[in-house]
Write a protein that binds this ligand. Structure first.
Ligand SMILES: [Zn+2]
Length: 350
C-alpha cells in the first residue's frame, strides 16, 4: 500500500464489485401486480397448494414438516438416490415447477429487476437463488440498451438458463450453441450434499463466480433472501467466502427485506460489521437505486472523501424507461469513453 498513490487506491476501491444476492422476496417485489398477464408469483411456502402438487407428493411420506418447496425438493433429491419412488416424485415435481415458472412473462413497464440490472455494471455480480425467468428476461431487454451489464450467477439453477458442458457456455435454454447442440436445461438445485459437481456444472460454476466476487466485493446487497434451513450449507459457504467480519472493515452491506429489522439482522449477524450495514424495506431507498451505476464510487466518496450525497438524483418508484434513460444514459456514455483508462468514473450523486 505504501507505494501506491491515493488516486490509484481510489481507482482500485471504486472498481471493486458490488455483489447483489437475490431471494424469492426480490421476485415478489419485482412484480407486485403480477406478470404481463397479471399472474402473481408464489413464495416458496404455499407453492405446493398453488401448483396443485399435493397429488404428486401424496405418493411419498415426507420426513420434513416444512411446506417450503425447496426443503421438500431437497429431501426428495437426497432420498431419491436409494428410493426410486422419491426420484420419480422429484422428477414429476421438477416438470411441474418448470412448467409453472416458464409461463411467466415480464410486464411491459419497468420492474425492480430492470432498475436493479441498470444500477450495476460489468464489474458487479447478481447472484440469484430464484428459479423464475424474470431476471433472465430483464437482461435480454436491458442488453438492447447497453452491453455494460452485471454478471449473473444462478445458485439454484434457473428455468430460463441453459448450458453446454462441452463449450462451457451459458445462455437462454434451447438456444443453439456454437457446437450446434442446443443449450440444455440446468438442474434446479445446489448440489450441497451431492459432491458430484460434474452433473451440476452450471450451478457449481455460479457458486465459484459468487465466491470470487465476494472476496473482492466493496458492497454487498442482500435482497429478499431469508436463508431457509435448506440453505444452511449454502449460507456457510457465503460466510467462508466473505471471511471474518473483523477482517472486513471497509465494506458496506445493505439488506432489503420486508421482515422486521431485528429478525433480519439476527439472520445476517455473521456477515455484518457493526457500523457498516443498512436495512431497508424498499429497493428505492438503497444505494443501488439512489446512486445507480456508481454505487461503489458514491459510497467511497461518502466514506473516504467525506462527500455528502444527494439521495434524490437516482431511480424512483414509477419511473418509465425514458425517465431511466435520463438518469443513466450519460453515465453509460461516460463508461464507454472510459474503457481501458484506469481512472475512476464520475460520481454525479452529490
Ligand atoms: Zn456447445
Amino acid at each position: 500500500m505504501s507505494d501506491i498513490t491515493f488516486e490509484e487506491y481510489e481507482y482500485y476501491m471504486k472498481n471493486r464489485p458490488h455483489v447483489v444476492i437475490l431471494g424469492a422476496g426480490a421476485s415478489c417485489a419485482a412484480i407486485p401486480d403480477g406478470d404481463k398477464y397479471g399472474r402473481k408469483i408464489s413464495a416458496m411456502s404455499g407453492f405446493i397448494e398453488k401448483l396443485g402438487l399435493g397429488n404428486i407428493l401424496s405418493k411419498v411420506e415426507l420426513i420434513t414438516e416444512s411446506n417450503n418447496l425447496e426443503d421438500i425438493y431437497m429431501e426428495l433429491d437426497e432420498r431419491g438416490k436409494v428410493e426410486p419412488v422419491c426420484k420419480e416424485v422429484k422428477n414429476e415435481l421438477e416438470v411441474a415447477i418448470r412448467e409453472y415458472m416458464n409461463g411467466f412473462e415480464l410486464p411491459d413497464k419497468a420492474t425492480i429487476y430492470d432498475f436493479l440490472v441498470l444500477s450495476l455494471t460489468s464489474k458487479d455480480l447478481i447472484a440469484t437463488f430464484n428459479w423464475d425467468p424474470f431476471l433472465v428476461q430483464v437482461i435480454g431487454r436491458v442488453q438492447k440498451y447497453t452491453k455494460n451489464i452485471p454478471q449473473v450467477a444462478f445458485l439454484h439453477g434457473n428455468v430460463a438458463v441453459g448450458y453446454c458442458s462441452k463449450d462451457n457456455i451459458m445462455g437462454n435454454v434451447g438456444m443453439t450453441c456454437r457446437c450446434g447442440q442446443t443449450l440444455k436445461p440446468t438442474s434446479l438445485l445446489f448440489p450441497i450434499k451431492n459432491k458430484d459437481y460434474a452433473s451440476d456444472i452450471a450451478i457449481s460454476k455460479s457458486w465459484k463466480q459468487l465466491k470470487n466476487a465476494l472476496k473482492n466485493a466493496y458492497m454487498v446487497t442482500i435482497f429478499g433472501y431469508s436463508a431457509p434451513t435448506s440453505d444452511a450449507e449454502a449460507v456457510a459457504m457465503l460466510k467462508q467466502a466473505w471471511g471474518s467480519v473483523d477482517e472486513r472493515k471497509l465494506e458496506e452491506i445493505e439488506l432489503i427485506d420486508i421482515r422486521d429489522e431485528e429478525v433480519v439482522i439476527e439472520s445476517w449477524n455473521q456477515f455484518i460489521h457493526t457500523h457498516h450495514y443498512s436495512y431497508h424495506t424498499d429497493f428505492f431507498n438503497t444505494t443501488l437505486a439512489r446512486c445507480p451505476r456508481r454505487s461503489c464510487e458514491a459510497t467511497f466518496d461518502r466514506l473516504m472523501n467525506c462527500i455528502w450525497l444527494d439521495g434524490n438524483k437516482g431511480f424512483k418508484k414509477g419511473m418509465d424507461f425514458s425517465d431511466i434513460d435520463n438518469i443513466v444514459g450519460f453515465l453509460i456514455d461516460e463508461e464507454n469513453r472510459n474503457v481501458g483508462m484506469r481512472k475512476p468514473l464520475s460520481n454525479p450523486y452529490h
